[in-house]
Design a protein around this ligand. Structure first.
Ligand code: TGC
Ligand code: FAD
Length: 390
């Protein structure tokens, strides 16, 4: 397992980063090398989430890096958040999922749409990992089209009664709270915080995944769950609210995918320099050089894309379509690199001795969740033409 990471930086993109960005990268990278890389293959093989990493993720500031310090976050900028996701996903997409769900899909909606009481109650504990959250949007019959959701609630005095189900929910099997999107009696979508222990609320785990095996995925089932009205996020309703959360998470994934690509590239480069066939390192062969040169080209383009998107996000100017372009391009780029890198390693590429095959399988989830590859293309098509082709 490669635990000695370096960043390919062919275009001196480091010059665009602040000293703080580089420090954050270094400390996150060191944590990933020390705490994730040595154990992750074993957990992925066992299909088990390494729960002990939660506390450490809180300690390195990976939960809510851009949430204000008064709520327990680190108050950092969007490029810092991206860099952290890049470094964590070098280790494993499932661990990055845990960090990005907690930050962008649980803390972000509470911070943006929550009451002051909700922010005080939940955000500081979510920042440390003392409390874990999950995000319930997808339903069995409504994945790419969440506006058709049937999960709903009806008013009953100071409470609402929630019914329905969500599936494919990252972290649901162990989450303490779920930010759930459900329709009221007027079919308007609201975010509602459902807490573990509420009667009628269960979270069965989804088994037999070939992808994201070190991340826990499950369902959320609501059978007449009584939730206090004070748990409804008051400041925004409508599908736009969860889509704003997705914008934040998709942006982080655009950086995370670069981390995976870097790890695959580094592994392939090192292997090709050492592996001798026909009397020479395979790195001396044109066909292998073509693979490596193309990997470096694509990583460099993706780095520039996410960095510029981070600048736009810092200025609050990044559009959803710009975020879709970056998520779609960078995940696809990482998948191509993982596939090519695996070939550079020959038979060794399919073993757990190296991270590539695990990354490759993880990316099958990453290209599907947070909007599929095709949905992001349709978002771009809509933006370009003005015609909705969903
Ligand atoms: P549409 O009519 O286009 O929009 C409905 C309302 O939302 C507004 N809006 C947005 N607002 C903020 N940010 C965005 N990105 C927005 N996009 C749209 C829009 O203006 C409108 O507002 P209003 O006021 O007019 O009502 O909605 P649509 O039903 O046609 O759907 C659009 C579509 C297909 C793009 C959207 O549904 C979509 O993105 N679908 C993909 C679903 C998805 O990405 N699900 C992800 C689930 S969570 C997950 O996967 C977590 S994985 C976590 C991990 O482990 O890392
Ligand atoms: P579908 O929407 O049924 O799509 C099937 C195929 O049809 C896809 O190829 C899609 O691109 C295509 N398609 C759909 N609509 C169109 C169209 N209009 N035109 C052309 N093609 C179309 N969700 C959450 O809410 N929270 C989570 O934490 C979460 N975590 C996840 C973790 C994992 C490991 C996975 C795999 C998924 C997770 N998801 C989560 C769900 C994820 O967001 C959905 O799987 C995704 O949005 C796609 O929905 P679907 O699986 O129902 O596919």
């Amino acid at each position: 397992m490669n635990t000695n990471f370096t960043s390919p930086d062919f275009y001196h993109i480091d010059d665009l980063l602040s000293e703080e960005h580089k420090l954050i990268r270094e400390s996150t990278r060191q944590w990933v090398s020390k705490s994730v890389c040595p154990i992750i293959e074993d957990y992925a093989q066992k299909a088990e989430f390494p729960k002990h990493l939660v506390k450490e993720l809180g300690e390195i500031g990976a939960f809510g890096p851009y949430i204000p310090q008064k709520y327990g976050g680190a108050g950092l900028d969007q490029i810092s958040y991206g860099i952290m996701m890049q470094e964590i996903e070098r280790g494993d997409s499932g661990i990055r999922s845990t960090a990005s769900v907690q930050s962008s899909l649980v803390m972000y909606p509470i911070w943006k749409f929550g009451s002051e009481e909700q922010k005080q109650k939940f955000l500081p504990k979510l920042a440390t990992g003392e409390m874990m959250g999950c995000f319930g949007l997808t339903e069995p019959d409504h994945g790419s089209n969440p506006s058709g959701m049937i999960t709903n609630f009806k008013s009953d005095g100071d409470d609402v009664i929630l019914n329905g189900s969500k599936m494919w929910i990252s972290n649901s099997p162990f989450a303490d709270i779920a930010v759930v999107w459900a329709k009221d009696e007027n079919k308007r979508i609201h975010g509602i915080i459902v807490e573990r222990g509420m009667e009628g609320f269960t979270t069965p785990e989804t088994h037999n995944k070939w992808s994201l095996r070190a991340s826990a995925t499950g369902e959320l089932i609501f059978d007449n769950v009584r939730v206090p009205k004070k748990n409804i996020l008051p400041a925004k309703s409508g599908l736009g609210a969860p889509l704003m959360c997705l914008d934040s998470a998709r942006y982080g994934i655009s950086w995370g995918a670069i981390g995976v690509a870097m790890d695959c590239y580094n592994t392939a480069l090192n292997y090709s320099l050492e592996r001798v066939q026909f009397g020479k390192p395979i790195a001396a062969k044109q066909l292998q050089q073509k693979k490596l040169a193309e990997m470096l080209t694509e990583i460099t383009k993706a780095q520039l894309l996410s960095w510029k998107l981070g600048k736009l996000k810092n200025e609050d100017k990044a559009s959803s379509a710009q975020i879709s372009l970056a998520k779609r391009n960078n995940v696809d780029m990482a998948m191509s690199i993982a596939r090519e890198a695996r070939q550079v390693l020959g038979g060794m590429g399919i073993t757990g001795e190296y991270s590539i095959m695990r990354h490759m399988m993880n990316l099958e989830s990453v290209i599907t969740y947070e909007g599929t590859h095709d949905i992001h293309l349709l978002i771009l098509g809509h933006e370009i033409t003005g015609h909705n082709a969903f």
